[in-house]
Design a protein around this ligand. Structure first.
Ligand code: CP
Length: 327
């Protein structure tokens, strides 16, 4: 199967050196990533999953904010691809002693990493790192800005279940769009693929620039769900004081939880998505989590395959790799 993967790639490369923003990816890039991800999904459930595609490569996992899915997805992919991985967090790096991001990056750069995956509570930090490093940089979320690998796996899941033609597909995005880590990339996806989008949330949790993304607002979630092909629900970001934006937790949950009654208002072919972690029985009811229309675990299983493929593709785009090939 590894041979099939290499053959399917046919020496094709991505058009970009770093994955900082979803807008950087061309349609051809997305097609290449998805073609290879389909094969990677079979590899990762077989005994061929340990392969040496990235043997000898040094990668830094630079997470300045907590993560379960993104970090483990990349870490497992690195381990299966035999790369050498160094994990750094805000508390385990000298940034906790006041070292600047520039000094940290220059120090790490002296160790000649090939790839850096970075999650930062500061928007544009991955762009700053990319312009001060020879490694290829993958943005694993930069505050309210973007989460491109999450965007790719959501898009992959949607096309898997609803087909490639996304034009005019109807998506309702429910919940804390104000503080969400994935909303920025998600709303760009709806616009890029000409999807119809409705945001449903309390007015205090809705960003005020939605018209630039052609999004409409519907405070009555029942109405929005009746209309939707995709119900994409977001967690209330309690770690960012989102609770102070709602008058009562109980009222918020009553109005915006995806429960069985609401799911039954949707078309039988509608799907439910969520980026995880969920607040069980608060933003989504456990009966919905076990419904066949709920594709949250499918999102989870593709997170690993997508990241496996991204590491492989970005290694050959690494600036260090290109320089060594040129010399
Ligand atoms: N969806 C997502 O980014 O999850 P983590 O915060 O666990 O990485």
């Amino acid at each position: 199967m590894i041979d099939a993967l290499i053959q399917q790639r046919r020496n094709r490369d991505l058009s970009i050196d770093d994955l900082l923003s979803v807008g950087d990816l061309s349609d051809k890039d997305i097609d290449l990533i998805f073609e290879l991800t389909t094969i990677a999904e079979s590899i990762l459930t077989s005994n061929e999953r340990k392969c040496s595609l990235l043997k000898g490569i040094t990668q830094f996992n630079f997470f300045l904010e907590p993560s379960t899915r993104t970090r483990t997805g990349f870490e497992l992919a690195w381990k299966n691809l035999w790369a050498d991985v160094v994990n750094l967090s805000s508390t385990s790096s000298s940034m906790s002693k006041g070292e600047t991001l520039l000094d940290t990056i220059q120090t790490l750069g002296a160790l000649k990493p090939d790839l850096i995956v970075v999650r930062s509570p500061t928007s544009w930090a991955p762009h700053f790192i990319a312009s001060n490093s020879c490694a290829s940089v993958i943005n694993a979320w930069d505050w309210w800005n973007e989460h491109p690998t999450q965007w790719l796996l959501c898009l992959y899941t949607i096309t898997k279940f609803l087909g490639k033609g996304l034009k005019w597909k109807k998506i309702v995005i429910v919940g804390d769009t104000m503080h969400s880590r994935v909303f920025g990339s998600l709303i760009r996806m709806t616009q890029r693929f000409w999807m119809n989008v409705i945001v449903s949330a309390p007015c205090t949790l809705i960003q005020n620039n939605l018209e630039q993304f052609w999004a409409k607002i519907e405070y009555n979630l029942d109405k929005a769900i009746e209309w939707a092909d995709i119900i994409y629900t977001l967690r209330l970001q309690t770690e960012r004081a989102s609770w102070s934006f709602v008058s009562s937790w109980v009222e918020y949950s009553n109005k915006y939880i995806i429960n069985e009654r609401r799911l039954n208002l949707a078309s039988p072919s509608a799907i439910v998505m969520h980026p995880w972690p969920v607040m069980r029985n608060f933003d989504i009811h456990e009966k919905v989590l076990s419904d066949t229309r709920c594709k949250i675990l499918d999102q989870v299983s593709s997170w690993y395959a997508i990241r496996f493929i991204l590491l492989w593709l970005f290694w050959s785009k690494s600036k260090k790799y290109s320089q060594s090939n040129l010399s």
